[in-house]
Design a protein around this ligand. Sequence first.
Ligand SMILES: Cc1ncc(C[n+]2csc(CCOP(=O)(O)OP(=O)(O)O)c2C)c(N)n1
Length: 617
Amino acid sequence: MPMNAAQWAELGQQLRVDSVRAAAAAGSGHPTSSMSAADLIAVLIAEHLRFDVGHPDDPNNDHVIFSKGHASPLEYAMLKAMGVLDDAELLTFRKFDSPLQGHPIPNLPMVDVATGSLGQGLPIGVGVALTAKRLDRLPYTVWVLCGDSELAEGSMWEAFEHASYAGLDNLVAILDINRLGQRGETMHGWDLRNYAGRIEANGWHAIEIDGHDVEAIDRAYAEAQATSDRPTAIIARTVKGKGVAAVENKNGFHGKPLDEPEAAVKELGGERDLHVDVAKPESHGSPHVFDAPGGSLPAYDVGDKVATRKAYGEALAVLGSMHADVVALDGEVGNSTYAEIFGEAHPDRYFEMFIAEQQMVATAVGMQVRRWRPFASTFAAFLSRAADFIRMAAVSRATLSLSGSHAGVSIGEDGPSQMAMEDLAFMRAVHSSAVIYPCDANQTAQLMGAMAEREGISYVRTTRAATPVIYGADDRFEIGGSHVVRASDNDEVLLVGAGITLHEALKAADALADDGIAARVVDCYSVKPVDVDGLREAAAAAGDRVVTVEDHWPEGGLGDAVLGAFADADERPRVIKLGVRDMPGSGKPDELLHAAGIDADAIASAARALVRGGVPV
Ligand SMILES: Cc1ncc(C[n+]2csc(CCOP(=O)(O)OP(=O)(O)O)c2C)c(N)n1
């Protein structure tokens, strides 16, 4: 039975009451932030949402994303009204072991991603809406509830710009303009025109309404759905804490349960038990399936010189032919990362995200919500701009692959602004991550095949320079492994490198051999998980003397990963960690590797000092 306007208002009150009750039961949470948006959510689920509650995986279902994730009491109250949760479950909010966490994570039907780091839900919503248009080719709508404080985040404006550029008329941003943030008024208070002007300038349709007038809300949603060619923002003037005089429109009540919840519930008209039969999607389509005729990973001739970034692009293009769900995104450097090779082979599955790294990662997160397998690339240095999106992708239990090119000083003349020197440390610290740093083209191709099948966040660091192919196309590498590249029965020292430094380590081993010192060389291409057993075995076979070398700051990268492999061993080797310690400048790659003390000369002298018991220079 469709509801009438009075019932929508009643439902709004129920959502407020349940938000107050959930926060009261938890003793914490954000009821006032939930109360301002309650009418907006009530009319949405009663009238406009298309979602088959019995089949939450129906690919035709709409998506609802709470960009203001702290309004989780409202989200859970909404799920209760829809029959996804019962009242007892609602009251487990924020309790240990309850799925109803302080901020949402995708452990409940309808919750696609983790939110709570503000400024992320709308960019991810853009990713889901883009997926609807270009990949799934299904007519579902993406509804995103945003707070007004988070509109100060630059990532929100990356999202506004990209959504209109991509013509996402299936995206509706619901802006809960309640004037207040965490500690006081936002920059623009209730100046709805200010928001509307900027959003319209970004190519959106903007509708200004009173966010507690349920009929106006209904009309705005209908208008949004009737709008073609561009996304719509509903800019709703609302009141924080609406309906309870003690907190209504008052500063100082953000993120706190109400002092007198029972009185508040009474003031709101008491508990209700309205149930909403959310309308099912009208469409019954299946997601589009792209052609994937198959193929085999590229093979390179030993001795040729090929940049691993080039192998990344070539392998990715083949992976696109092997797997219909592989898609690629790039941050306007596709001719440097070589993602453009995928773009040429599979233009319909290639997404130019421009210089908007947060939006790029958010789009990848949105695509994997819909079960696509995104590979997103840019210079490794610039992935750091999306660090919080990557961190939150892990909270979302996302599966996606990232590629960072132009790592370290070896990029040469462009200088330190373009050199990733922190990426290994950051990516290692991401929950669920694998960190891969291949040294040659065959190894890159092999490991990308593994990345395409791995769950979690996978990162591959690629190198700008063309490096010699040292492995055969039939050599096999797995994530978590390492490879002994050079060994003898009388090794006195172990050199551990990866990527560009593996080649320096091999040159150093030649120089050491001239001095009569046999060096074992291990390619530690899997920086996380690191091959603990392989490294321990190699160190033991090389006199328990180890030199690690990385084109990265010494903190948190390859050297620390290797040290971690030895940390709880009964016998620990002596380890010298070589990394970049001083701020580099411009120069030729060889000059910069030398100046940083990570070239063959530096490795050889560290090894000599270890073997001869001296202090390395
Ligand atoms: C990136 C980020 N910065 C800061 C916070 C802490 N925080 C949580 S809610 C909030 C205020 C949110 O205000 P608004 O978006 O207007 O929503 P309201 O609670 O007023 O409805 C802040 C600053 C956060 N969660 N994420």
